[in-house]
Write a protein that binds this ligand. Sequence first.
Ligand code: FDA
Length: 489
Amino acid sequence: TENLEIDNVIIGSGYGGAVAALRLAEAGHEVTILEMGLNWEKSGEKFSPMISPGKSAAWLRTKTIAPFFNIFNTKKYTGTLDRWDFSNIKIWMGRGVGGGSLVNGGMAVLPKKNYFKEVFPDLNAEDFYGKYFPLAEKELEVNSADENFLENCSFYKFNKVGEQEAHKAGFKTVRVPNVYDFKYMEDEYENKVPRSALAGEVIYGNNHGKKSLDKTYFKKAQETGKVHIHDLHKVESITKNSDNSYSLEVIQTNTLGETVAKKNIVCKKLFLCAGTMGTLELLLKSSNDNKLTLNSEVGKNWGNNGNFMTGRNFVNTFSGGTGVNHSTIPVGGIDNWNDKEHPFFSEIAPLPMGMDVATSLYLMINPVPKKGSAFFNPISKKLDLQWSADNVALARKNAEYFIKKMNKVNGGTRAHLLFNNGFGADICYHPLGGAVLGKATDMKGKLKGSENLYIIDGSLIPGTIGVNPFLTITALAEYCIEHIISQDY
Ligand code: FDA
């Protein structure tokens, strides 16, 4: 076992980790990042499309783990997409340098200001909407598609049909900004450049077009010369030392997940940015092993961001389905948030299967009035969740209302071809909370009761934010690290 002493360690290279790394380095500090996934850019390995899953498809699995149609075998490899299964809920996560940005749909959605205020009553919303959100949008290179392009691009028929049908049913739709470079997509459409979004690439990574974190924050961070990224390094536990430093038990693996080295790293300041599930597992496991003492808020206020997947089959069949080709990048949303009885936001999602399945897919985002919680299960020796049908009751009610209303005026049935009973109530892409800002941590992300330990990722958000969360995670990270640097360095 190798023993190392490092001043600043960041665990995880998603949104929180990327922001922390760049700002610490810009302030003159050396930073080491430990990421359990692969550095895809450095490895030279290619990402694979959804219809022919290769190395990038699944984290150490021999079968694919997409939300549906898992008919493919894969070779065991440290792929980009992981899934943790709990009772009543399955959670998908990104693995690799860039975290969730490698596998997500790139939707960069600003939460509604009123809802942001409700979720974070102690934050100054004016600061966020005037400063941190615009900063996050700039650094993430958020852009919007040209309306003419969307109108004429055959790969967006699914969206056009989705919007027309929503309007017919009396719902309002909104254009959704993204980090995929839409100018690049226009060139893809004209076959001027290699195709990515138009070639079925997304949840196993994009080879082109998407401005994932390795192309934005991490690129800038590496240019400072002060950021050292160690991929295939998994932190197994955190021990608090009497001088308020932390000892990390780390394993280095190969791409088959086999341990090739063990390291003990002692650090002065620790940034826990392992994503909601990764951060909670590390905290709660280390506490269970008596290595770390936690405050009683850790694990509380966990939620699925109201994720509820649903769809409709036999959509628009007489007038021509939803199209053979789907861009993998969503651009449309149905905004029903202000309806008091049925508040929801829904992504009009693509189904890039290379054939017209005349099906509309929706990822609904609902409020989460009843939160769940996370705990360490001493029997399975894993993170576990308290999460039941009660927690998704409102989402289910909203989905029933939405699908019924859509089918009534447009025809179609509940998507029995995609989901057991037409509803994917257990599908979650947006795990949030468990180490909530201002509750488990102080107002800049320092874990209460633990000097020098900061949490900067989705676990700061109390289970709901009303839209796809990475823009909010990035803005919160900018806010937290600014205050950490000015107050604690
Ligand atoms: P994130 O999960 O990004 O990063 C954590 C990193 O820590 C990972 O790279 C992980 O490997 C690493 N890690 C974990 N444990 C570790 C350990 N013990 N040691 C070392 N490293 C460790 N959001 C959105 O706003 N718009 C969208 O369109 C989508 N679409 C979407 C699609 C799919 C398929 C998924 C799975 C998710 C989305 N999301 C999304 C959600 C979004 O990607 C997610 O909210 C963010 O990536 C979360 O950012 P964090 O910084 O919290 O962690």
